[in-house]
Design a protein around this ligand. Structure first.
Ligand code: KG4
Ligand code: ZN
Length: 336
């Protein structure tokens, strides 16, 4: 019988300091996340220098907690996986350096992981993958459709040409005077409103799986400005509902088209915006008309965490990928 493999994952690419232990790439043993949201709230977004400083303060505490909660000793940890990019360079460096120091001191193999590969592999903590599969990644920094024919291989078939979905949510939230991060607030507000405004949907060229959200964002700004100038009041919940309808319509329609075109056996959704109730419902409706299984992870695995990094790191480790102690943070790392 094959021995169990325990991977310690580390994630510090944005505003969560996270460490986790995962068994055989699929079973979460411990999962610790220290969020900095409260520190960035008053600035209306993530301030990179503040993020780095918080990571420095939190990283050892979070690592110790993740190991203590796992009930394992260092001897039982097989490898250390860390997000090497993309993300904020100063934030990434804290995780990468912590991982390198531990790999050196504890003499463990080191595996660099792409943040988006992590978001994708969060799904495998719930259910085994069935290839080929299509992944819709919707986060604060990314909006991508990724085709996977086998473990560890990623083919980006569509991506945003401007804003990411989460970014659009956060900007619209700011216009509606909602706190940061705005996505969940817009989501909640949208549930109370109705789609009374016909906002544009950026379908782009025929057969394109790319996305664009900047036109929609401008349409929302214009609508709010014009109403203000005319002394009219728009119901914020209707603005939120109409904006959300446009985003979720485009995301889910393109995902269904891509899934059909590539004849996939499974569709998975990943990233912070996968927590969106409107998107979950719309994808559910559209995929109910197909025979393609749809997998959306629970909310706590949608937003940044280190269990997903350990899950992706397990596959890289099994495939023999190793990083050296010269591993560096790469803020614009490509997924492939
Ligand atoms: O994946 P994530 O935690 O961090 C990145 O890698 O970017 O995603 C964060 C993004 C933020 O833009 C946040 O507003 C958005 O996900 N988000 C949501 C919801 N929950 C989080 N957007 C829409 N609806 C939600 N319920
Ligand atoms: Zn993320």
């Amino acid at each position: 019988m094959k021995k169990d493999t325990y991977i310690l994952g580390i994630e510090t690419s944005c505003d969560e300091t996270a460490a986790a232990v995962v068994k055989n790439g699929q079973e979460v043993i411990s999962n610790v996340v220290a969020s900095q949201i409260d520190s960035h709230k008053r600035f209306g977004g993530v301030v990179p220098e503040i993020a780095s400083r918080h990571h420095v303060e939190q990283i050892t505490i979070v690592l110790e907690e993740a190991l203590a909660e796992s009930g394992l000793t260092w001897d039982e940890i097989d490898a250390i996986a860390v997000t090497e990019g993309p993300g904020l360079v100063g934030a990434l460096l804290i995780g990468v350096n912590a991982a390198k120091a531990l790999a050196f001191v504890k003499q463990k193999p080191l595996v660099g992981v792409h943040h988006i590969a992590g978001h994708i592999y969060a799904n495998r903590l719930e259910k085994e993958f069935d290839f080929p599969l299509m992944a819709l990644i919707v986060s604060g920094g990314h909006t991508e459709l990724v085709l996977m024919k086998e473990h560890g291989h990623f083919e980006v078939i569509g991506e945003t040409r401007d804003d990411a979905a989460g970014e659009a949510y956060d900007k619209v939230a700011r216009m509606l005077d909602l706190p940061y991060p705005g996505g969940p607030h817009v989501d909640k507000l949208a549930a109370k409103g109705e789609e009374t405004i016909d906002f544009p949907r950026a379908w782009l060229e025929e057969n394109s799986f790319d996305f664009s959200f900047s036109g929609l964002k401008s349409a929302v700004i214009n609508k709010l400005h014009n109403a203000k100038q005319r002394g009219e009041t728009l119901k914020p919940e209707d603005v939120a509902a109409s904006f959300q309808a446009s985003v979720t319509d485009v995301l889910s329609t393109k995902t269904v088209e891509a899934a059909k075109k590539y004849n996939v056996k499974q569709v998975i959704v990943a990233g912070g915006v996968a927590a969106n109730k409107g998107l979950r419902a719309e994808l559910g409706n559209k995929f109910a008309d197909t025979d393609i299984p749809l997998l959306i992870p629970p909310l706590k695995l949608c937003t940044d965490n280190a269990a997903m990094i350990a899950a992706a790191g397990f596959i890289a480790y099994e495939q023999g990928n190793r990083s050296g102690l010269d591993l560096n943070a790469n803020p614009s790392l490509m997924l492939r």
